[in-house]
Design a binder for this molecule. Structure first.
Ligand SMILES: [Zn+2]
Length: 134
């Protein structure tokens, strides 16, 4: 069961990373920006008990696939600090938590929480390196 699960995850990561890098290529992007998650060390082992969460681990694997495929395509991968990316209003700079999946700011700005994250990562100048591990 565990092997099957890993195979499925690997397959999904391949597909997602390929799509991301292909989209970047199509738009002639030179950089793919990702947010770096906390609590990931280069010594991370496959054992789940050493990992902060399955979600973080999955992202780590996906980020590695993206880095690999982007490199082959001549595209840089940049990591930005994930602080406030899901809380900061791109219009007025106000910081607050999104309720459920909807982000609604006092200034009237509203969007999907995940889209807000993408916008803030895109706008971020908090560059912290080009590897997903600290
Ligand atoms: Zn606002």
């Amino acid at each position: 069961m565990k092997n099957k699960e890993q195979r499925i995850m690997k397959d999904i990561n391949h597909k997602i990373s390929r799509e991301i890098v292909n989209t970047a290529k199509k738009h002639k992007a030179k950089v793919i920006k990702l947010e770096r998650l906390e609590n990931i060390r280069s010594t991370t082992r496959t054992s789940r008990k050493n990992n902060p969460s399955l979600h973080t681990w999955s992202f780590y694997r996906l980020a590695q696939y993206i880095e690999y495929k982007a490199k082959l395509a001549g595209i840089e991968v940049e990591y930005v600090d994930s602080v406030y990316t899901s809380q900061k209003c791109p219009q007025c700079g106000n910081i607050h938590h999104a309720k459920d999946r909807k982000y609604i700011c006092k200034c009237g700005y509203h969007t999907h929480r995940d889209l807000l994250g993408a916008i803030n990562i895109c706008n971020s100048t908090e560059y912290i390196g080009n590897r997903c591990i600290a």
